[in-house]
Design a protein around this ligand. Structure first.
Ligand code: S3P
Length: 465
């Protein structure tokens, strides 16, 4: 039987008034214990990266954009609210179906109140880029986690294009007020780290600049912005740069036209049931429509190298984004070495890979994880702590994470989630096969990216209580 996500609580006629999870909300702990085999077919929610971009490009296009399969998680809903605050018309028309009427490139209106992105670095940074190309000022803010994350990496190129930080931003942190450029300049920018957020912010600001804006990356990051800009009618090209990099050039001031977007299922969310099925003996699950863009599938490559049975079928695509059905069977895993250049294609998946590594036989070495330190939490430290408190031997060596797999995990620990959805979900997955139950201190932040994670996992047979 196919599990369908429960109907969203969102008001069909408009956006929710307050979607934010604040640090003052009462924590909701949960315990995960070993269960029988996981079985069934599921469709995990829409891809978060594509959902943000569909709303933002819909808002910057002329005419109507229809989005189906939008992720209705808190992060994306905050982006939807910000688009509305900037003058676009954003409406929910049915389950996971949304309509956006855009204002055109550089057409954003000055928002009357601060834009609150909650927990979402992607929403905040991409919208900052889009605002930087408009002659308006806007206040950017978020929760305690987002307020601790670096924004200088976005502000540096945007200032070169003519935007200004007019208040706040001590040490490049939120809250801060950005004054967009009246006459934005096209630039050529080499990103200092492989980051689709930096690349996308520059390209979105570049939409309003005359001439060509170029971004050079030495390691290619996810290319959803490029693919979707093309889908909305922009002239954009991408060529190989060096061994692993890309040079992306956007012709400024295009007329973007509204488009239809089908959001495939999020491989970063699929990662959780996939690893759970691999580690729980006798499991076999099927996931439909999982996005298989090669710049996102480093985890699948790594798990297969570890011996995982993940079969792909029914490959198809929409607007340049490939997707497929995945069949996953419980597998004996072995430790592997994950090269640093694979990091951009699996940057959000190391937490759950570390769980798989703990259940594998042998050592897994994950190299070049410095970017994990500036995610929703310091994920390098948090991953090590999550494993350690559950009896797994783990070491951080510089920017590498080394996990000693012993084929089983003792468990019995309480995991601190640090306002980080992926820590909560990874720890609950680990508990699906650990000797003793594993507790997470707070599940509230799971709603930022995968609101139905708990019922969906239970529908497969997970024992969460
Ligand atoms: C994202 C890019 C990644 C990723 C984030 C989503 C995006 O961040 O961690 O969850 O949608 O562009 P960086 O590109 O900054 O590493």
């Amino acid at each position: 039987m196919w599990y369908l996500p429960r109907e969203s609580h969102r008001d069909v006629s408009g956006l929710p008034k307050d979607t934010n999870l604040t640090d003052s909300d009462k924590p909701t702990p949960l315990q995960s214990r070993a269960s029988g085999p996981l079985t069934g077919k599921v469709r995990v929610p829409g891809d978060k990266s594509i959902s943000h971009r569909a709303l933002i490009l819909g808002a910057l296009a002329v005419g109507e954009t229809r989005i189906s399969g939008l992720l209705e998680g808190e992060d994306v809903l905050n982006t939807a609210k910000s688009m509305q605050a900037l003058g676009a018309r954003v409406e929910r028309t049915g389950d996971f179906a949304w309509k956006v009427n855009g204002v055109g490139v550089a057409g954003f209106a000055e928002p009357k109140a601060p834009l609150d992105f909650g927990n979402s670095g992607t929403g905040c940074r991409l919208v900052m880029g889009a605002v930087a190309g408009c002659p308006i000022s806007a206040v950017f803010d978020g929760d305690a986690s987002l307020r601790s994350r670096p924004m200088r990496r976005i502000l540096d190129p945007l200032e070169k294009m003519g935007a200004k930080v007019v208040s706040g931003g001590a040490g490049g942190r939120l809250p801060l007020t950005v004054q967009g450029a009246r006459d934005p300049l096209p630039i050529t920018y080499k990103t200092p780290v492989a980051s689709a957020q930096i690349k996308s912010a520059v390209l979105l600001a570049g939409l309003a600049a005359p001439g060509a804006t170029t971004v050079i990356e030495t390691e290619a990051s996810r290319d959803h912005t490029e693919l979707m800009l093309k889908h909305f009618g922009a002239e954009i090209s991408s060529v190989q740069e060096g061994q692993h990099g890309r040079r992306i050039t956007l012709v400024g001031q295009p007329e973007l036209h509204g488009a239809n977007v089908i959001v495939p299922a999020d491989p970063s969310s699929a990662a959780f049931p996939i690893v759970a099925a691999l580690i729980v003996e006798g499991s076999e699950i099927v996931l439909s429509d999982v996005m298989t863009n090669p710049l996102r599938t480093g985890l699948f490559t790594t798990l297969r190298e570890m011996g995982a049975s993940i079969e792909e079928s029914e490959a198809r695509g929409d607007a340049g984004e490939p997707m497929a059905k995945l069949r996953v069977r419980a597998s004996k895993l072995r430790g592997v070495e994950v090269p640093p250049e694979r990091a951009p294609s699996m940057i959000d998946e190391y937490l759950v890979l570390a769980v798989a590594a703990a259940f594998a036989e042998g050592t897994t070495i994950m190299r070049g994880l410095q970017e994990l330190r500036v995610k929703e939490s310091d994920r390098l430290e948090a991953t090590a702590a999550m494993l350690r408190v559950n009896g797994v031997k783990v070491e951080i060596s510089g920017d590498d994470l080394i996990v000693e797999g012993r084929g089983h995990v003792p468990g019995g620990g309480v995991v601190a989630t640090h306002m980080d959805h992926r820590i909560a979900m990874s720890a609950l997955v680990m508990g699906c096969a650990s000797d003793q139950p594993i507790t997470v201190d707070d599940t509230a932040f799971i709603a930022t990216s995968f609101p139905d994670f708990i019922p969906m996992m239970r529908s497969l047979g997970a024992d969460f209580s």
